[in-house]
Design a protein around this ligand. Structure first.
Ligand code: NAP
Length: 272
């Protein structure tokens, strides 16, 4: 196992969409740095149980013994389920110090094909659930000493348009303002709100290309660093932002994307 600093000892964290992909890597990294983690999922309980076992192993391997990590089912687009989840997680863990709004779905939605249900669903999971969960967490942070940290999983599509995916693009643009607005509102009360914006990461979300060498090479051709990223590379950034190493950082989005936001087409001077 790679070395992880002990920056989250005794912190209690909730990671939405923590059962697979980037969320699961965050869960393992937080556990390896000393945190106790509640792992949210929507439907695949088996995957959540596997993530729970991985978190337990990460705590043990890092010398923290048996930590009371838990799994918690809630569809982030169902706000009453989110209410119940926050209450049960805080009851079980004793308090909450870190919220990671990571649950997300990516669905095609063309700009000229209105689909109210599809739009409501993607915005509900990716954005509205995150707003509501943040408000609940902040109310809790303010109710006891110690402040808190929120980290939102955004995307390079926070700033790079994604034609054909209007709901996804709007949701990630919304997360940028969620991050900045809450950061400003609570900056003087010990609460930091930041975001990580991944590029192309090797998770189930990219099953359309990640296991096909030709399609993968086509994707990686567009990435200045020449390769897709790993969930573990994302988790390292979340752990930094959750920790006191980032104690003077709020309202920021870190683009962890291998240079995707550097406008790679401009590397060779075609415009002069
Ligand atoms: P993933 O591998 O598909 O995992 C998605 C996770 O979200 C799973 O734990 C899933 O749980 C959970 N989830 C899905 N719908 C949910 C809902 N309605 N309520 C609660 N949880 C739900 O995705 P990923 O690639 O790790 O993506 C994680 C985040 O990173 C997303 O916000 C995504 O937009 C963002 N992101 C990913 C990439 C990338 O290239 N992968 C790039 C930029 C941004 P179940 O299995 O139970 O459904």
């Amino acid at each position: 196992m790679t070395f992880s600093p002990a920056r989250l000892v005794d912190r209690r964290a909730l990671v939405t969409g923590g059962s697979r992909g980037i969320g699961r890597a965050i869960v393992e990294r937080f556990a390896a740095e000393g945190a106790t983690v509640a792992i949210n999922y929507a439907s695949r309980e088996e995957e959540a149980r596997t993530a729970l076992e991985a978190a337990r192993a990460a705590s043990r391997d890092a010398g923290y013994g048996e930590r009371p990590h838990l799994i918690t089912r809630a569809d982030m687009s169902d706000l009453s389920a989110v209410d119940a989840m926050l209450k049960s997680v805080i009851d079980a863990l004793g308090r909450l110090d870190i919220l990671v709004n990571n649950a997300g779905i990516q669905q095609e939605l063309a700009g000229d094909s209105p689909d109210p249900k599809g739009l409501e669903h993607v915005l509900g999971v990716n954005l509205v659930g995150a707003v509501h969960c943040s408000q609940l967490a902040i109310r809790h942070f303010l109710s006891r000493k110690g402040g808190g940290a929120i980290i939102n999983t955004s995307s390079v599509h926070q700033i790079i348009p994604k034609p054909g995916f209007i709901g996804y693009s709007v949701s990630k643009g919304g997360l940028a303002n969620l991050t900045r607005t809450l950061a400003l509102e609570f900056a003087d009360r010990g609460i930091r709100v930041n975001a990580v914006a991944p590029g192309a990461i090797l998770t189930d979300m990219n099953d359309s290309w990640r296991n096909d060498p030709k399609k993968k090479a086509d994707v990686e051709r567009h990435i200045p660093m020449g390769r897709a990223g790993t969930p573990e590379e994302m988790a390292a950034v979340f752990a930094f932002l959750a920790s006191d190493d980032a104690s003077y950082i709020t309202g920021q989005t870190i683009f962890a994307c291998g240079g995707l936001t550097l406008f790679g087409d401009f590397k060779h001077n075609w415009s002069t």
